[in-house]
Design a binder for this molecule. Structure first.
Ligand code: DGL
Length: 263
């Protein structure tokens, strides 16, 4: 059985490829919902439904474990999927999110934590909730950054800096010591975020998610032992254009063979 990696679009490729590099022995299916990206400005109900459809697809393709690389899906849909949907429909499968690992690293890193994320993730309150669950004596400041995902998905990184600076300004005004890039797409803006945030520790999901997955599999041998190790990689998109394929190559520096899927 395989490991599924889900993101709303191409942004999760950065995290997904790092996971594959860290644990190359396993078989993977990456699914990017390019037809419906961005998720971040949609209602919780839509994000839940889209995420559930992605999970259904990945389970139908023999994934034992699905990682929601997408922070927005992790914030808006994960809990319901883990507590209600998976136990009833797929009692022997697992869905993991990425928000709690980043919250743990952030809580250990500073006392004034800034988070930039999609509007949906910010509105869910998941970041302050999870960080405060780990540590109460920290302050968490959030900023929704709705323009950044469309910029990344449309090859517009070169225009991002002034917009990113606008989004970061209210967080710097609160004197943050830690900045969480709370969206897979923002990892492609990490250098710009660090330049705009001197002296601030920037936490980026691709740096911590692979190690957390490895740790999970070490602790859950009953899962790890059922994973197939044929080094198969499949990359599926719900909408496929030449632009998407070119952009994926520019973002990741790799030649990836994508296939189209209808959910
Ligand atoms: N990639 C998603 C995340 O990590 C959100 C992008 C979107 O708005 O679809 O939050």
């Amino acid at each position: 059985m395989k490991i599924g990696i889900f993101d709303s679009g191409l942004g999760g490729l950065g995290v997904g490829l790092r996971m594959i590099d860290a644990l190359p022995q396993y078989d993977y299916i990456y699914l990017g919902d390019t037809q419906r990206v961005p998720y971040g400005n949609r209602s919780q109900e839509s994000i839940y439904r889209f995420t559930r459809e992605a999970v259904d697809y990945l389970f139908s393709r023999n994934c034992l474990l699905v990682v929601l690389a997408c922070n927005t899906a992790s914030a808006e849909a994960l809990r319901r999927i883990q507590q209600e949907y998976v136990p009833t429909h797929y009692p022997d499968r697992k869905v993991l999110g990425v928000l709690i690992p980043a919250a743990e690293v952030a809580a250990a890193s500073g006392k004034r934590i800034g988070v930039i994320a999609t509007a949906g993730a910010v509105g869910s309150g998941a970041w302050p909730r999870e960080i405060h669950r780990i540590r109460e004596d920290v302050e968490v400041f959030q900023q929704a950054a709705p323009l950044l995902v469309p910029l990344v998905e449309n090859d517009g990184i070169k225009w991002a800096e002034p917009i990113l600076a606008e989004y970061l300004a209210p967080l710097h005004a609160r004197d943050i010591d830690t900045l969480v890039l709370g969206c897979t797409h923002y990892i492609f803006l990490k250098e710009q975020a660090q330049c705009l945030s001197p002296g601030v520790k920037v936490i980026s999901p691709e740096e911590l998610v692979p190690e957390r997955l490895a740790d999970y599999l070490r602790r859950h041998q009953e899962i790890a032992s059922r994973l197939s190790t044929g080094r198969i990689r499949e990359f599926m998109l719900t909408d496929m254009t030449d632009e998407y394929i070119g952009l994926a190559q520019r973002l990741t520096g790799r030649q990836i063979e994508f296939r189209h899927v209808v959910l």
